[in-house]
Write a protein that binds this ligand. Sequence first.
Ligand SMILES: Nc1ncnc2c1ncn2[C@@H]1O[C@H](COP(=O)(O)OP(=O)(O)OP(=O)(O)O)[C@@H](O)[C@H]1O
Length: 784
Amino acid sequence: MNPVSKFTPKIRREKTALSNSDLSKKKQDTVQVFCRLRPLNDDEESSCIKLLSPTVLSLTTPAQSRAIRKEIQCTFKHIFTGYASQNEVFEHVAYPLLDNLLKGKNGLLFTYGVTGSGKTYTLTGNHANPGIMPKCIHTIFNSISEFQAPKYVIKPDRMNGFEIQSDGEVAQDKWNELKSTSKTPLRNKKVNKDKTYINDGIKIIDVNQNNLYSVFVSYNEIYNNIVYDLLDESKTLESKILREDSQKNMYVNGVVETEVKSAEEAFELFNIGQKRKRMGNTILNSVSSRSHSIFNIRVVQFQQVAHNDEGHQMIPDTNLLKVAQLSLVDLAGSERTNRTKNTGQLLKEASQINKSLMSLRTCLEVLRKNQMTNSNEPVPYRDSKLTLLLKNFFEGEGSVAMIVCVNPSVEDFEENLQVMNFAETTKNVQIAASESRYNTPHKKTICKRTATPNVCKSKGSFTFGPKLPKDIKINFSNPEESQIALENLASILKIRIQKTRDFSEQPENNFRKRLIEVEKENILINSDIKSVKTQLRKEKLKSTNVEAKLGDMEVYNRDLIGKNKELQNEIMSLRNIIAEKDLKINKNIVEKEKTEQKMALRAEKMTHELDAKLRRQREHLQAAMKAKENKIQKVREILDKELTPPDIEEKEPLQEYDPQQTPKQQPQQARRNGAATTPAVRRRRSRSAGDVWLEHNSVKPVPLGTVLQPSMKKRKSVTKLSKASDITNPKQSKYCLIAQEQDLEGELETKVYKGDILPTCGGGAQVIFNDVEKLRQESPTATK
Ligand SMILES: Nc1ncnc2c1ncn2[C@@H]1O[C@H](COP(=O)(O)OP(=O)(O)OP(=O)(O)O)[C@@H](O)[C@H]1O
C-alpha cells in the first residue's frame, strides 16, 4: 500500500472500521461482487443453481440434502455462466480496476469460493486461456509501452515508498544488474515462450501521455497464517512480518519488489513465484492452492516535462510520484473435511485456510454491521494475516472487487450456500471511493525547484548550469558586442561556479540527511529487534517449558519401558507355562486315546467271550430243559398209562393207603414215580369244571396282562405252603405252581406247573405234576 503525500486529501485512518461519519464525508463505493459458474464436469451431473437473469441466480436445495428444502435467490453485479470466456470476465471485472490503476488509484481483486470452484483458473488461467493476471500485465504494457520511465530511475525504498535515483545510482544499478545477470536468472534472459501468455492487445485508451511509468511486481503468499515472499531468492523461504508505514498502510516488510519493463519479465517472475507456491493434491482438486497468494502490481507515474543536459527526462518539482497498486488475490478454497477426507498436513492446511477465510467473513460482517447500526465496533483485522494485509482496502484505500467462483454441482450445495451468504454480506459493505495516491518518499527529497530554471537539487536531475557557448566571437571592431558576449560568458561562468559550489556542498547535506535516515532506519530496526527479542524470550520460555515437559515425559517413558519389559518377561514365563501345560494335555490326550482303544478292544473281547458263554449256557439250559421235559413227558406217559382206561380202574377197587403196609405191598407205580408213600391204587378225579385249584404263587407276581391265563374257575391262592392242611384240603383237587423268572435274554418267562393233588394213605396228599405251561413275553421293540 502506498503512502499518501501531503497533497493528498487526508483520510482519517482508524484502527477500527471506517466510521459512518468518514463514509458520509467521502464518496462511497460498495464492494463489487461478481459470480462465475464453473462448467459442470459431466453433462449428466445435476446442478443446484438456476440462472434467473444475468444478475440473479437461485440456489435450490437438492432432494438428497438434509437441509429444509428451499430456494435462495442471490443478486450479483454480473453472473458469468460456464460458457463465459476469460476475456469476458477480464473486461467486466478487471478492466475498470486497471483503468483506475493507470489513473493512480488502488484496487483489490480477489476470488473466493469452495475448493476446485475455479478461482485459480479465473485469476491465472493457463497459457491457452490466460486469466485476469496475465491479461492485466499485457494490458498495462500495451498501454504504457511508449511512456515507460528509464529503468532504475524509480526504486522501491523497501519501506513501502519509492525514491528517485541519481544518474550515478541508476548507472550503478545497471552495472550491478549486468554483473548479476550471469548469476540471477530472473532478468535479461531469453524469454521462454512456453511460460508466456497470449497477448490480446487490449489497451487502456486514455492513459496520460504526459507521464512516464514504472511498473513493479511483488508476489506473496500466506501459508498457515505466515507471510512468505515468493520472489525471495534465498534458498529457504523466510517468514515475513507485516508492518505499518508512516501513513498506517500495511505492507510486507523487506518484500522483494522488482521493476519490470515488459510483460514477459513480469510473467517470468510470476512463474518463479508460482513454483514456490504451496499446492496440494486433494480429492476435490488435483492442483489445489494450499495458501492465499497475493500478486501485487504497482505502477509509479510522474510527469515528464523537460530533459537535462544528458538528455534525461526531468522530474519537475511540483509533480510528485503518483503510485497505485493492484492486488490480485487468489484465496485458497474453503474445504469441508468430511468431503475432502484430508488428513495430516493437508488437514492442518485446510483448518488454517478455513480459519483465515472465517476471519475475512467476520471482518466484513463487522464492517457491515457498523455501517448499518452506525456503531464503531473494532474490526478484528488482526485475527489473521490475510485480513491485516488487506485491511487498508476495506478502509477506503481502493476499489474492491470480488469474484465468487461456484461449482454448481449439487454436491457443492451446502458449501455454496455459505459462499452465497458471504457474497450477500460483502456486496453491501461500503468503502470510501478510492483516491489517486502520491508517493511520500521516506529517504529522499524529490526535486525542489531552485531559482534557476532546469536546475534541480535532486541528484537525479542535477546540471552544472546553463550550457557554455560553443564559441565566443570577439569582434574588436565592435567592442560593445564583445563586451556583451563576455558579460554573458561571465554570468554563465558565475552560475556554473555557484552550481559547482552547491554541488560540492551537497554531499555534506546529503550525508546529514542520509545520517538522519539511517538513524530513523536504525530506530525502526531497533524496535524490530526489540520485538524479535521479546518474541525470542517468549519462544525460549516456551522451549524451556517444553524441555521440562520433555524431561518429565522421558522419565515417564523410561518407567513405561521398564514396566513394559517386566510385563514382557511375565508374558514370556506365562507363555512357557502354557506351553508346558499344552504339552501335558497333549500327552494325556494321547494316553487317553490309547487307553480308550485298549478298553474298547478288551470290551469287544469280553463281549465276544460273554456271548459265547451265554450261548453255551443257553444251550446247556435248553438241553437240561429238554431233558426235564422229556422226563415230564415220560412221567405223563406213565401216568396216562397207569390211570387209563377207566374200566380197568373200576375193576380194581380203590385201595386206601395204609401206612402200616410194607413197602413191598405198595403199588409199583408209586414207587416208580418216587412217591414211596403214594398208595398203589388211586382214583383219578374228574377233570370236569368242578375242580378246585390250589394256586401257589409268589408274593408279588409280575402281572401278565395277557389273555393267555391258565383257566382255573375255582381256586385258592397261596403264596407259601406253611402247613399240611394247605394241601390236604379234600376240596382241592388240582395244584398249580406259578414261577416267574427272567430268561437269558432278559424277557419275562412264566411257567405254570400243574398237577393233581392225590391223597396219600397216611392222610396226607401228594401232587403229581402232569403239565407245564410256559408263557413267554417278548417286547416287540426289543432288539434280538
Ligand atoms: N470456467 C472454467 N472453465 C473451464 N475449466 C474450469 C473453469 N473453472 C475451473 N476449471 C477447471 O476446474 C479445475 C479446478 O479449478 P481451480 O484449480 O481453478 O480451482 P480453485 O478454486 O482454484 O481450487 P483450490 O481452491 O483448491 O485451489 C481446474 O482443472 C480448472 O481448469
